[in-house]
Each structure stands twice: as structure tokens, then as C-alpha cells.
Design a protein around this ligand. Structure first.
Ligand SMILES: O=C(O)/C=C/C(=O)CC(=O)CC(=O)O
Ligand SMILES: [Ca+2]
Ligand SMILES: [Mg+2]
Length: 404
């Protein structure tokens, strides 16, 4: 094995099965530009494409992924095919090497301009647990839950890059012991481990996207932490749903994994009963075998399985557009909290501690119900790639700062 940075160990992070896109800068060159993670390196995609005379150079040579997202699926496929050749065919090694930087030396940024943001509620295990906790006197799943993927519109302007500190939100809450609301810093600050999707190809108002057209519109997949203030949320959410309890910050992972990297990760979703309406039925499986891990201050606290989500991202896109609402390049939608049937598969502290009644004991001897100032939460994920390889999603991380 030579010392070429193009030779990477078979089990290295970000091997040839992933080739995720991100936006980076370096200390010596603060311009933001498009990069592709490969092992311990990042390829400067714009400069490599220019040097290779690639026909798509213009769409990858900008300050972020916006132009690539807008370019559409034929171009996405062309870029990925070229990248695979450049990075894995030894004949290209000498040409590619000058466009690599050490991954440890880059600063990562928000990868694209976020347009609209929708968050769904698609895990049956999560929705059942939350229903039991928030509405103990009612059926945990509302009558609509198995007929449509429930969602709400979030706040796109507060989607932040992984690593951004999260200031504890302040607001109104009504403790059960009080008759009127009190004001102050949230005391039940939580995470939600989710998977995010970004739209590339837009639609016009009036147009619908069918379940089977998902891959023509969605460019890629990343990790998302929907920071949630449970005390603000519990007081404000009736009857219009989440508002300030979730709008203060949402963190996303910096590397966008293209949908085409996930062919080997596609699985049948759980059986749906009742059968959904025809516009929510597709001919291909779009369950995805992503295995998430949630760490609190470095300690593994949950391993949520994305393959068990009741509604798929393809169904969510079809539902989001069935009324003729248009899509814009950069629209983000999130799966909803990913939880499985086991306690150690729950994707938020609300469930993991059963609303604070069953504190988590961390290996350092401390206990947690909800997040404390200084706590750091990191979500990672992998998925199976072709031929026993692994697709790596990197991580989304954030630390809690005291309220202002
Ligand atoms: O059931 C409720 O009242 C609220 C549930 C949520 O917390 C909404 C949400 O963000 C959905 C999710 O992440 O699954
Ligand atoms: Ca959420
Ligand atoms: Mg949020």
C-alpha cells in the first residue's frame, strides 16, 4: 500500500460507498466551497471538476450545494459516477491528489440554503409513547395517525450546522402545580433523533409528486436533531401543534448522503394496516436501514432503528404535495423522532426517562431527566452499502448553553 491519500482502509469512515457532499472552508482559505468526504480527506469538488474539464463543473464550483441540488437527478448521477472514478480508479490518483485536504483541517458549514422546513411524526413507537405521556386519558395514536403522515411546518431560519451551541430557550410553561403559567428558562429541554431529507428538484404550485417519483426530487439524506422544550411544548401545543417549543434551533449534520448511496439500505417498511389511500401507495420499498446512535456527553444512550418507521420519506413527500403545495430547492423535511420498541431504542429523553420519572444513569455516576447546561448530544448513523460496505452519515452534535 502506498502512502497515497487515495488508499483508504476498507473499514474507514466515508469510504467509496458514501461519497457525501458538504461545504467547508480552511484556515488558510476561508471561502466556503463544496467538498466530498473520502476517508480522512475532503475533495475540493469544484477545483477537481475544473481541472478534469468535467461538464458539470459550474454546478459544483459555488459556495454551497444549491446549484447542484437544482441541477436535477441526471446531473446528480453524473457527478457521483465521476467522483467514484476519480477517487477509486488508480489512473486518476495523481490528478486528484492536489485537490484533497485533510478532513481534520476543515471547518464544515450549513451545506445548502434551507428553504422550507417540515417535520413529520412517523415512528409508531414514538407517537404511541408521546401520546401516552402527553394524553394519558386518550388513545395514544390519534384517529388520523395511520391514514396520513402527520407533520407540522417548522422554522427554517433556525436550522443550524452541527457544532453550533444551543442556547436554552426561555418561555411560558405551566407546571402542573400552578394555576397560571410561569415564565423562565425551559426546565425540560430535550433532543429528537431524526433523519432529514433535502429536496433538489422543485415543483410548481398545483403539481403533485407521486410516491414513485421520490428519487427524482429528493437529493439526499442527513441527520437532524429537533431540539425540543417539552415544558413550553406541553403548554402551547393545543390545538395548533408545536410552535416555540421547537422553533429555537434544529441542528443538521454537515454531510449530505446522496439518495443513490442508499440502494443497498432500502428495505420494506413495516406493514401498513389499514392500507393507505392510493396516493400514499408506491411500487417500490423506501424503508431505509439506517442505524442511529445517540450519545449524551459521549455515553451511548439510544440506538434508534430507522427501518421501523411506519411512514416512509417517499410517502411523506407525496403527502406534502398532494394538495398542490410546491416544492423549492432546499426544502428540508424530517422523519420525526426515530424510536424502536425497546427502551434503548427511544429517540428522545421524554421517552427514555418517561417524562422524567425514570432518570437515565450515566456511566460517570450522574443522572439525567432532561438536558443540563453544558450537556453535549451527538447523533451518528450508518447504513449498509453494496457488497458488505458501510455508508457513513457522520454526526450531528450540539452543546447546551445557559439561557440568556
Ligand atoms: O404528540 C404530540 O403532541 C407532539 C409530538 C412531537 O413532539 C412533535 C414532533 O416533533 C414529531 C416527531 O419528531 O416525531
Ligand atoms: Ca420532531
Ligand atoms: Mg426544532
Amino acid at each position: 500500500m502506498s502512502d497515497s491519500p487515495l488508499d483508504i482502509a476498507p473499514d474507514a469512515r466515508f469510504g467509496p460507498a458514501t461519497l457525501p457532499y458538504g461545504v467547508y472552508s480552511t484556515a488558510s482559505d476561508p471561502r466556503t466551497r463544496v467538498g466530498v468526504a473520502y476517508g480522512d480527506h475532503v475533495l475540493d469538488l469544484g477545483s477537481a471538476a475544473r481541472a478534469q474539464g468535467a461538464p458539470f463543473a459550474d454546478v459544483v464550483d459555488g459556495p454551497n450545494l444549491d446549484a447542484l441540488l437544482a441541477a436535477g437527478k441526471p446531473v446528480w448521477d453524473e457527478v457521483r459516477a465521476a467522483l467514484t472514478t476519480w477517487l477509486t480508479d488508480p489512473a486518476h490518483a495523481d490528478a486528484v491528489r492536489p485537490h484533497l485536504v485533510e478532513r481534520a483541517e476543515v471547518t464544515l458549514h450549513l451545506p445548502f440554503t434551507v428553504a422550507d422546513y417540515v417535520d413529520f411524526y412517523a415512528s409508531e413507537h414514538h407517537a404511541t409513547n408521546v401520546g401516552r405521556i402527553f394524553r394519558p386519558d386518550q388513545e395514544p395514536l390519534t384517529p388520523n395517525w395511520k391514514h396520513l403522515p402527520i407533520g407540522y411546518h417548522g422554522r427554517s431560519g433556525t436550522i443550524v450546522a452541527s457544532g453550533t451551541d444551543i442556547v436554552r430557550p426561555t418561555g411560558q410553561r405551566k407546571p402542573p402545580t400552578e394555576t397560571t403559567p410561569v415564565f423562565g428558562p425551559s426546565v425540560r429541554l430535550d433532543i429528537e433523533a431524526e433523519v432529514g431529507f433535502v429536496v433538489g428538484t422543485p415543483t410548481e404550485m398545483g403539481e403533485r409528486v407521486g410516491v414513485d417519483d421520490f428519487a427524482d426530487h429528493v437529493f439526499g439524506v442527513f441527520l437532524l436533531n429537533d431540539w425540543s422544550s417539552r415544558d413550553l411544548q406541553a403548554w402551547e401545543y393545543v390545538p395548533l401543534g408545536p410552535f416555540l417549543g421547537k422553533s429555537f434551533a434544529t441542528s443538521i449534520s454537515p454531510w449530505v448522503v446522496p439518495l443513490s448511496a442508499l440502494e443497498a439500505a432500502r428495505v420494506e417498511q413495516p406493514a401498513q394496516d389499514p392500507e393507505p389511500l392510493p396516493y400514499l401507495r408506491g411500487s417500490q420499498p423506501w424503508g431505509l436501514d439506517l442505524r442511529l446512535e445517540v450519545r449524551l456527553n459521549g455515553y451511548l444512550v439510544s440506538s434508534p432503528p430507522f427501518s421501523l418507521m411506519y411512514w416512509t420519506a417517499a410517502q411523506q413527500l407525496a403527502h406534502m404535495t398532494v394538495n398542490g403545495a410546491s416544492l423549492r430547492t432546499g426544502d428540508v423535511y424530517a422523519s420525526g423522532t426515530v424510536s424502536g420498541p425497546e427502551v434503548a431504542q427511544r429517540g428522545c429523553l421524554l421517552e427514555l426517562t418517561w417524562s422524567g420519572k425514570e432518570p437515565l444513569r450515566l456511566p460517570d455516576g450522574t443522572e439525567r431527566t432532561f438536558l443540563e447546561d453544558g450537556d453535549e448530544v451527538t447523533i451518528t448513523a450508518t447504513a449498509p452499502g453494496p457488497d458488505g460496505t458501510r455508508v457513513d452519515f457522520g454526526e450531528v452534535t450540539g452543546r447546551i448553553l445557559p439561557a440568556r
